[in-house]
Design a protein around this ligand. Structure first.
Ligand code: PMP
Length: 427
């Protein structure tokens, strides 16, 4: 396999290449594929790793702390469960609340609370404080952007670099624009770039509370906190410790879940924050619920404290995920290393590979792949308002399909990138 290079190709060579690629395209079209690389869902083998959750209670519904989990109450979660996830979020057990099955719901509620009420006396409700803007590191997670859009929150894109969001831009924007009340962050194995924020980036984000308004909050979505492919993947510095050093504990809200640890639809979600933030948010939460599903909390406790450990369990996930990512990365490297037709990230964990075509080609590549029966995340989805100004970023999510299907889908993807690139060179 030689790398795709059309730098020195003349018109006739480009036309010949286009014809050849078009032929391959037409042949694949006849194959009638139906493959999907869109959403970062765990595959069914991954879900099966947690099947022991079913029946694990064996009729014993009482937690170690003596709570009958079948009953109402325990708004912020079982104490043992809080301690378990506090470890993962690198906070104390008083700084965490266990919610329902979705961290996205908690994020939405946390935005709603800031919008309607504000976190305590000093933090004015966003709705009463003029225009509200969020900093959105890009490429980023479309569902974060959808929350902002639903509230009419103005989104300001900030570029990502290999260390995380470009902090010079973040600090400058925050100093100049008082409408900025929030910032989205996926700090470990970022969606979609796979980047892990550097220690310096974490520290600078923890210091933002010193320059921002008192109702500014970082939404620290640590969805992939323990989702590495190898044991030597880069670690994430604990942001709450940094906040404590800088006296900015109230400026960061952290989120996570076991959606990609146990069951995506029936796991546990949690929010970690300063005691003051949790008290304000919890009071509000207490009006909408008498308590979360503690039976599921107890199941997870028994699962991770007896049946397996997080480390052991996540190794099994990695064993299923890594070969899928290897196919994607090998195909890209095989066809595009030393080529300027495509750039991509090499994640050490998480659920995504982020690729950049030449400017102006992402939509075309996604459309071509669609014609061949391979669904890709819509181009632009990784940017606020669904608009990638360069039209170059595409998110590849290889967790769900089988190895054989990823192999076929990546052949299609490679072909479509080549075809779109040649078309553009000829145009
Ligand atoms: N945050 C990020 C960054 C994600 O990628 C995802 C899932 N794709 C979620 C949150 C969703 O989390 P949950 O299932 O806990 O709502």
């Amino acid at each position: 396999m030689t790398s795709f290079d059309i730098h020195n190709a003349d018109n006739a060579q480009l036309q010949a290449l286009q014809q050849q690629l078009q032929q391959a395209f037409d042949q694949l079209k006849a194959a009638g594929l139906n493959l999907d690389l869109t959403r970062g869902k765990p595959g069914s083998e991954q879900l099966s790793l947690s099947n022991a959750l079913d029946g694990i209670l064996a009729g014993n519904y009482t937690s170690d702390s003596g709570t009958d989990t079948r009953n109402y109450g325990g708004l912020d979660g079982l104490p043992e469960c809080k301690a378990m996830f506090a470890d993962i979020m690198q906070v104390t057990a008083e700084e965490i609340l266990i919610g329902g099955n979705s961290s996205l719901t908690l994020m939405y509620q946390a935005v709603l609370f800031a919008w309607l009420f504000g976190y305590g006396d000093k933090a004015k409700a966003w709705k009463d404080d003029g225009k509200t803007s969020f900093l959105c590191p890009v490429p980023g997670y479309d569902r974060h952007f959808a929350i902002c859009e639903a509230f009419g929150i103005n989104m300001i894109s900030v570029p990502m670099n290999e260390h995380g969001p470009d902090m010079d831009s973040v600090e400058k924007l925050l100093r100049e624009d008082k409408s900025i009340k929030g910032m989205w962050c996926v700090p470990r194995f970022s969606n979609p770039s796979g980047i892990v924020y550097s220690d310096e980036t974490v520290d600078r984000i923890a210091r933002l509370g010193q320059i921002a308004a008192s109702n500014f909050r970082v939404f620290w979505d640590n969805a992939y906190a323990i989702h590495s492919f190898t044991s030597d993947a880069p670690a994430l510095a604990p942001i709450m410790d940094a906040c404590r050093r800088h006296g900015t504990e109230d400026s960061v809200l952290q989120f996570g879940s076991t959606s990609k640890v146990t069951f995506a639809g029936a796991g546990l979600a949690y929010m970690a924050a300063s005691k003051a933030n949790l008290a304000a948010f919890g009071k509000h939460l207490g009006m909408s619920s008498i308590g979360p599903d503690k039976i599921n909390q107890l199941r997870h406790l028994r699962f991770f404290n007896g049946h397996t450990s997080f480390a052991e369990h996540m190794k099994k996930h990695a064993a299923l995920l890594k070969p899928r990512f290897d196919i994607v990365l090998d195909k890209l490297a095989g066809h595009f290393s030393n080529s300027d037709a495509l750039q991509w990230t090499v994640p050490e964990g998480g659920y995504f590979v982020s690729v950049d075509t030449r400017p102006g080609l992402a939509k075309r590549v996604v459309a071509l792949a669609g014609e061949l029966g391979v669904k890709l995340t819509p181009a632009g989805a990784t940017f606020p308002y669904g608009k990638d100004p360069q039209d170059s970023n595409i998110r590849i999510a290889p967790s769900f399909p089988s190895l054989a299907d990823i192999d076929k889908a990546m052949d299609v993807f490679v072909l479509c990138v080549k075809l779109a690139t040649v078309e553009q060179a000829l145009a």
